[in-house]
Design a protein around this ligand. Structure first.
Ligand code: G3P
Length: 478
């Protein structure tokens, strides 16, 4: 089966006994690029058992040793940036340069996690009883952070390496074990990343990576009694998972409709540059992409002209050539994006460029004069198409932002810092960026969504804390 990438369990690369595989389609060529094993439920059961026993030993491994192994993995990951980036280019059509950046950023994240972990996990709390009314000083309470157990990590296709390590590294430093289920598009990049952890020499069974069809092992994994925490990044599936999962902590990031509110006094050149970067990087396939521009009518014409001029300069083509706009991840995704564009067009939106598509490649498109009855005003295209809504008051902009079922991030552009803070406070989103585009990074910043955008907070420190539980020991004095 030389053609089919093996899955990783118990420190070994294994063939699935199902004899089945899953094909990964290259978004650019639309031909099968790789194949991965279609693991069975029985294999998932075995992996869960292995992960459970490996975790027990790992929790007893000194913190500094865990950190040392993570630093080693980070260095190996960075050494292997070229072959991993190549997989990202073939599997998810990420521009070559950005693919390398993803791997390097991932190495940095792993190292930072190791450093942060030894500090925040290396200290606990000490409480005495006589600070609470009615108590003598007869009880000493020692608090520490203990691991949760087996963490199920499910990253999305758009950052199959980075959003995998952002779950793996905090889990490991905190003494947990990992069962990783990578996205199908991105699975081979993830397997290569796992190989770097393998080379670093982590104990057998501590890190496992199962591949396969969501229909076969998806629910089985997320509802598995052996799972003690789920860290998921992706789309609507997360809502379904949250309804089915047991009584375990969930960390979820499920997309957004990040609004960019532009006031009359904003630096329009800065806004245009941020809209291009925020709206069109990786062809808009980021949870934190700018997904709707809400601009004051008086400056809308000027802003649209500036953005149009920049859109015209974006290069469109294959990821191997480092084009700005590359094919979107799948044909169904391209069809969905096209559906949103056509709906807006039929309802009277102004298409600032001609709509053009070849296969999964969609040319960048700015849609002006979007109204609330158009689907694109509310839905997340996850593609290089960006709606502009003209507003007559700041309140109108805030209202549109808050009427969304999403609440990941938002931006506000103004030179008036007081107004910016007031608008930030009024926006129901996990983060508001003042005078810049939404972004998750730097990766140690807290990252969270409200409403349908997620549960819990990520970012290195928050993820480490989230993957631990408080344990207290009380010393009772005579
Ligand atoms: O789409 C996933 C989200 O985490 C985006 O991250 O770094 O592109 O802001 P980033």
């Amino acid at each position: 089966d030389g053609d089919v990438y093996r899955y990783y369990a118990n420190g070994e690369w294994k063939k699935s006994s199902s004899g089945k595989s899953v094909s990964i389609i290259n978004p650019t060529t639309r031909k099968t690029q790789y194949k991965v094993q279609a693991c069975s439920q029985e294999e998932v059961n075995k992996v869960m058992d292995l992960a459970k026993s490996a975790q027990k030993l790992w929790a007893k491994t000194p913190l500094w040793k865990r950190a040392e192994l993570l630093h080693k993995a980070a260095a190996i990951l960075k050494e292997h940036k070229a072959p991993i980036a190549e997989c990202l280019v073939k599997e998810i059509a990420k521009p070559a340069k950005d693919a390398v950046t993803e791997v390097v950023r991932s190495g940095d994240l792993v190292s930072y996690c190791a450093e942060e972990g030894v500090r925040i996990l290396g200290e606990g709390k000490f409480l005495v009883s006589d600070s609470f009314p009615g108590n003598e000083r007869t009880k000493y309470c020692l608090t520490s952070k203990i691991p949760l157990g087996v963490i199920l990590a499910i990253p999305p296709f758009n950052y199959p390496v980075n959003l995998a390590v952002s779950k793996i590294a905090p889990a490991l430093i905190a003494g947990n074990s990992i069962v990783l289920k990578p996205p199908t598009q991105g699975a081979v990049s993830a397997l290569h990343m796992v190989h770097c952890f393998h080379l670093a020499g982590f104990p057998k069974g501590l890190i496992n990576c199962v591949t396969g069809k969501g229909s076969e092992i998806g629910d089985f994994l997320t509802m598995h009694p052996g799972v003690n925490c789920i860290s998921f990044t992706g789309g609507d599936t997360g809502i379904a998972i949250s309804k089915k999962a047991g009584m375990i902590p969930l960390q979820m990031e499920l997309g957004g409709k990040d609004a960019c509110i532009v006031l009359e006094d904003a630096d329009l050149d800065l806004v245009a540059a941020c809209i291009i970067k925020g709206g069109f990087s990786y062809s808009g396939q980021r949870c934190t992409a700018v997904k709707v521009v809400l601009v004051m009518e008086s400056v809308a014409d000027a802003l649209v002209e500036k953005v149009k001029a920049k859109v015209a300069k974006l290069t469109v083509g294959p990821p191997e050539d480092n084009c700005d706009i590359t094919p979107v991840v799948s044909e169904s995704s391209a069809n969905f994006i096209e559906g949103l564009v056509m709906d807006a067009k039929e309802k009277g939106a102004t298409l600032c460029q001609e709509y053009k598509r070849e296969g999964n490649l969609i040319w960048p498109l700015l849609l002006d004069n979007i109204r609330p009855d158009m689907r694109i005003a509310w839905e997340e295209p996850f593609g290089p198409v960006l709606p502009v809504i003209r507003i007559n008051s700041v309140e109108e902009g805030i209202h549109h932002c808050n009427a969304s079922n999403f609440g990941l991030q938002g931006s506000v552009f103004t030179k008036d810092v007081n107004k910016a803070i007031m608008i930030s406070d009024a926006m129901e989103t996990g983060t508001v960026q003042i005078n810049s585009a939404p972004a998750r990074g730097p990766d140690h910043f807290p990252f969270q969504g409200i409403k349908d955008s997620g549960i819990g907070s990520q970012g290195i420190t928050n993820s480490i804390n989230m993957m631990t539980k408080i344990k207290t020991t009380v010393i009772n004095l005579p």
